[in-house]
Design a protein around this ligand. Structure first.
Ligand SMILES: Cc1ncc(COP(=O)(O)O)c(C=O)c1O
Length: 422
């Protein structure tokens, strides 16, 4: 769907939208449209996935999972989860603000706080919820929020939910960021509270912005900084403590959010900050107060993943060796990529090609994610590859062979506009 068709679609009455969406899905699935492909078994470097006709399961290589360190089924994690289930059962049966909080949650929160250089921490059952939690919990209609223009959907939805005044900024243009702050202070006065959110690893293309300068500008201007390090946790830093560790900025933001669903191989997320900030969130944030506390096996899985992170730092090293190898091989074969030094490699393709390319590589046995309009603006379509510590050189070479073959099939090397977007 192009941008005009999408805008028209959004303007349709509800019943018509339902019909059109379903008809679109039926039509596109004949061509191999892939939403919610179904896998079978634990996510690893390869696993059975349903074929495009939905008929059977076939083994495919997985290059589209956030399970960067393959901790989802590590023996230590499984052992600790089983122990926790025997001790606590599964569900917590209530909100953490009421009956759903145990010493198991408390111990993990204290550990997360200590490791992140903050005074306190709070667990949420999802990263999406964590982002709703801090926007909804900390901000009011009188405040201003500056947000990365390519922020995760959860931040954008939280903004609508909360009614905070908002302004997008481009974290790759910090001069403009500074001017924006000056403009807001000029119009709203020095008293207005300004929050700013930034992604540690930008999920859109796996890059890290100049966070030192960002923190410096924000601090000089009395901005409350909130960092979403969903894709940094477990991936960056010697201990895997993310973008802040890598850049020597631990404890230098007001609130840190990290998911436990990606580098830690489990689910959920945590927020860390000062004792007062976390207390404020615990008492004020509706997405925290009105949802059931994290399930016991998940708490145990996160805690065990932290043990593995401490005991097996070689996993992080292996992940980065794989990323570097794949980047080199893609570039030497003529693909346009961005080198972010994280677990994500965007491979830019000409507009209109990325979707078809992704269907074709899936047919050839490779699972990757595609970003097309409206997920990204026109001109920025890409295949987003995510690497894992356990990928082998043979698996990466196989992806390169299939990319070359598919690239030739769609003439991507002849179009002349294969450049790195953004
Ligand atoms: C930047 C960012 N923030 C938040 C989230 C949400 O995390 P979760 O999937 O754990 O809900 C994601 C997930 O993709 C993300 O990429």
């Amino acid at each position: 769907m192009d941008s005009n068709a999408y805008i028209n679609f959004l303007a349709m009455p509800f019943a018509q939208r339902l019909k059109q969406q379903y008809a679109f899905f039926e039509e596109e699935s004949k061509k191999g449209y892939m939403v919610g492909r179904m896998g079978s078994g634990p996510v690893g470097t390869h696993m059975p996935y349903q074929t495009l006709d939905g008929g059977r399961f076939e083994d495919v290589l997985i290059f589209g999972s956030n399970n960067y360190l393959n901790l989802n089924n590590h023996p230590h994690v499984i052992e600790k989860v089983l122990e926790a289930v025997k001790q606590y059962g599964v569900g917590t049966g209530g909100s953490p603000a009421f009956s759903g909080y145990t010493e198991q949650h408390h111990e993990l929160e204290q550990r997360l706080a200590a490791l992140s250089g903050h005074e306190d921490a709070l667990l949420l059952p999802g990263g999406y919820m964590a982002n709703l939690c801090f926007v909804n919990g900390l901000m009011t209609r009188n405040d201003v929020l500056l947000y990365d223009k390519y922020s995760h959907a959860s931040v954008l939805n939280a903004i609508k939910m909360t009614g905070v005044q908002f302004f997008p900024y481009d974290p790759e243009d910090l001069e403009e960021y500074q001017k924006l702050i000056a403009h807001i202070r000029d119009r709203r006065g020095s008293d207005v509270t300004i929050f700013s959110t930034v992604e540690g690893v930008r999920s859109i293309d796996g890059t890290v912005i100049d966070l030192h300068r960002y923190v410096e500008i924000s601090r000089q201007n009395n901005i409350v900084i909130i960092l979403d390090d969903a894709h940094g946790m477990g991936v960056l830093g010697k201990r895997g403590w993310g973008t802040l560790e890598q850049l020597g900025l631990m404890g230098q933001v007001d609130v840190r959010m990290s998911t436990c669903s990606k580098g830690l191989g489990a689910q959920g997320a945590f927020l860390t900050g000062s004792r007062e900030t976390i207390f404020y969130l615990r008492s004020n944030s509706k997405p925290y107060v009105f949802t059931t506390g994290m399930a016991h096996p998940t708490v145990a899985a996160i805690s065990a993943a932290l043990d593995v992170l401490e005991q097996e730092p070689q996993r992080i090293r292996r992940l980065h060796e794989n990323v570097a190898y794949m980047q080199d091989r893609l570039e030497e074969n003529g693909f346009a990529i961005k080198r972010g030094g994280t677990g994500i490699i965007p491979v830019f393709l000409p507009d209109g090609i990325a979707g078809k390319f992704n269907v074709e590589i899936y047919r050839q046995g490779i699972f990757a994610n595609v970003m097309e309009y409206p997920m990204v603006p026109p001109g920025m379509e890409r295949i987003r590859l995510s690497l894992m510590a356990d990928h082998t050189r043979e698996q990466i070479d196989r992806v390169i062979d299939i990319f070359m073959e598919t690239g030739r099939k769609f003439n991507v090397f002849e179009t002349g506009d294969l450049q790195c977007a953004g």
